[in-house]
Design a protein. Sequence first.
Length: 155
Amino acid sequence: MESLGFAAAEVLSKQKGELDLSGLKNLDTAAAEVLSQHEGGLELSGLTSLSDDVAEALGKSKGWLVLDGLTSLSVTAAEALSKQKGELYLGELKCLSEAVADALSKHKGRKLSLGGLESLSDAAAKALSKHEGVLWLDDPLKRKVEKYRKQGGKK
């Protein structure tokens, strides 16, 4: 299934537990709004792009949210997703601008996973050091962020 209509999203959102919708390639705002009400986790790793409106809707979800198909993220989408209250997985992002890192550092959930990052500027690392939950990064990048955490976010 590559796309999901409103009626189907409404039925699925009432299911218990995890929803694995990793086959979805497209998600409209109305379907995202309904899915964000799902009580469990949402696996949406088939999405390779995310409109700001869909990000705003998904940012309302409370369970874990897997968006491992995304390779880029706008600042507006990052700000919207930072409101998400569960675990947020963005495992295919390769790099982050300082502005996107700053937005994601405000993530309200328990865990932010950025395990696919290949590089991180000093400014982006400093921004991510402000994240209050668990931050998942590969070791060299995690050490870079931890350096700023120890310094209290100072250079």
